[in-house]
Design a protein around this ligand. Structure first.
Ligand code: BES
Ligand code: MN
Ligand code: ZN
Length: 499
């Protein structure tokens, strides 16, 4: 969808539909809604007076203007109670109304955004509305060949802004566009089936990214990883005919010497569990086991496009985990890139093996910080549910930064502890560590394992196993790949600069 910003007032918009937001319990219309109500002969007050529209969160009513104003329809969308209002409600409202209009086959709409919806957050308000609109309209359709003509698409949204706000609105829209595009990128990668999203294809996507200014891409192939001793990663890939790739993206937005922020994303293009094979039921969902890698690549794109003045490295260790005659096995012992040895208890605890080598590589870059993102454990879904990511790490300040970024973007994260006692659970009798504990505290033992490979650098791990994929439509996350953590990481990076 194209988005443009236009100077002027919404009442004059010659549009298929103009969008108006209203709070619940707004007895008296004010501002733009009042103006449009008067012009349209009381259409809006009628709707409210008759109880058809109450302004409940994301409630929608569409009325025809009958030519009283240039626009053909008015689409009202509720924002809920004013005192409960936040950016998340705004994202949801715009997503819902845009989706509603699209499903009515409306192709073009106009809106103006009340910059004072949240005092002191003009730019954030515009950004949230536009991100919501774009994210809610996402559809993954490349494999639909039958009935393509029935696919509906919203083609254009025009945002009307006062002359005095024009520049602010323009720049917030540009930012929202970049961020939403990055989320689309991540969702596309995750939605793609594993036969068409192999490690090699992920690497190619990364090379495409590196056409940007100040960005470079290096891909380590199997031979190179062998020379380097990335045996944990290689073991995971050993059961598959698909070659593993270690993807390195670098963006220099700051002084050459400034230590980089390193983002690491798990890139399992398919996780069958390997010899410790998973049940067949829902196994198809494991094409999404590269969601962390996709999120990191998406955030990296946005960071480069927003010209964030930081040095950023994205590392995506990518492989496919399959059982075969060449696959690694329970009981195997691997010497990881760090030199530490790992006893395999389950080949299905493969993500931490890829990450072990990637995190060790990250710490070799003498980073300022390391953040890794991974669909790491089913236990995290058990502990926190489908909507919340687990957060674990060694540095309180960094955890606070991630937590507050997540609060701003509406991506829920909750901390789990990484106390000393948990480290006992991954000690091996014959090697340094084992790659799985017993059934207890599965998300924590996974993170305890990762912590052995990050050195002393500030590090946070996000387990996105729950929210990476959604089985039901949410207002701005249609069913399927969510692109979770892209916006969170971008917000985190942007906030780092301010300090
Ligand atoms: N990719 C899975 C975790 C996962 C499960 C992600 C469900 C999304 C939804 C991971 O590789 C895995 O299989 N973890 C095991 C670890 C166990 C063997 C210690 C798990 O969670 O069962
Ligand atoms: Mn697994
Ligand atoms: Zn996995």
């Amino acid at each position: 969808m194209k988005i443009s910003v236009q100077k002027g007032v919404l009442a004059d918009a010659k549009s298929q539909a103009i969008i108006l937001t209203l709070f619940e319990e707004s007895k008296k219309l004010t501002g733009l809604a009042l103006e449009i109500d008067k012009l349209s002969g009381g259409l809006i007050s009628d709707l409210i007076g008759n109880g058809d529209f109450e302004g409940k969160p994301s409630q929608i009513s569409v009325v025809y203007t009958g030519g009283t104003i240039p626009a053909k329809r008015i689409a009202l969308v509720g924002l809920g109670k004013q005192k409960e209002f936040n950016l998340e409600k705004l994202r949801s409202a715009f997503a819902s109304v845009m989706r509603h209009l699209r499903n009515m086959n409306v192709k073009e709409a106009a809106a103006s955004i009340n910059l004072n919806l949240i005092p002191g957050k003009k730019e954030k308000v515009v950004q949230a509305a536009v991100e919501g609109a774009l994210l809610g309209l996402y559809q993954y359709t490349p494999y639909k060949t039958v009935g393509r003509e029935d696919l509906k698409e919203m083609k254009e949204l025009t945002i009307f802004a006062d002359l005095k706000d024009y520049l602010l609105v323009e720049s917030a829209v540009r930012k929202a566009r970049i961020i939403a595009d990055a989320v689309y990128f991540a969702r596309d990668l995750v939605s793609a089936p594993s036969n068409e999203m192999t490690p090699s294809i992920m690497a190619q996507k990364a090379r495409d990214i590196s056409r940007r200014k100040n960005v470079s891409c290096k891909v380590l192939d199997k031979e190179r990883m062998k020379e380097m001793g990335m045996n944990a990663l290689l073991a995971v890939a050993s059961g598959s005919n698909e070659e593993p790739k270690f993807i390195i993206l670098e963006y220099s937005g700051s002084r050459k010497k400034a230590a980089p922020v390193v983002l690491v994303g798990k890139g399992l293009t398919f996780d069958s569990g390997g010899i410790s094979i998973k049940p067949a039921d829902k196994m198809q969902e494991m094409k999404m086991d590269m969601s962390g890698g996709a999120a990191v690549m998406g955030a990296f794109i946005a960071a480069a496009d927003l010209h964030i003045p930081l040095n950023i490295v994205a590392l995506i260790p990518s492989a496919e985990n399959l059982p075969s005659g060449t696959a690694f096995k329970p009981g195997d012992i691997l010497k990881s890139y760090s030199g530490k040895t790992i006893e395999i208890l389950s080949t299905d605890a493969e993500g931490r093996l890829l990450l072990a080598d990637a995190l060790a590589y990250a710490s070799g870059l003498k980073p300022e910080t390391i953040v890794d993102v991974a669909t790491l454990t089913g236990a995290c879904v058990v502990a926190l549910g489908d909507d919340v990511s687990g957060m674990l790490g060694t540095n309180d300040k960094l955890k606070k930064e991630i937590y507050s970024a997540a609060q701003n973007t509406g991506e829920l994260v909750w901390e789990l502890p990484l106390w000393e006692n948990y480290h006992e659970l991954i000690k091996s009798d014959i090697a340094d560590y084992k790659n799985a504990g017993n059934r207890s505290a599965g998300t924590i033992t996974a993170a305890a394992f990762l912590s052995k490979f990050v050195g002393d650098y500030p590090w946070v791990h996000l387990d996105i196993a729950g929210p990476a994929w959604t089985d039901k439509d949410k207002p701005y996350i249609p069913k399927g790949a969510s692109g979770v953590a892209v916006r969170l990481l971008v917000e985190f990076l942007l906030n780092r600069v301010k300090k």
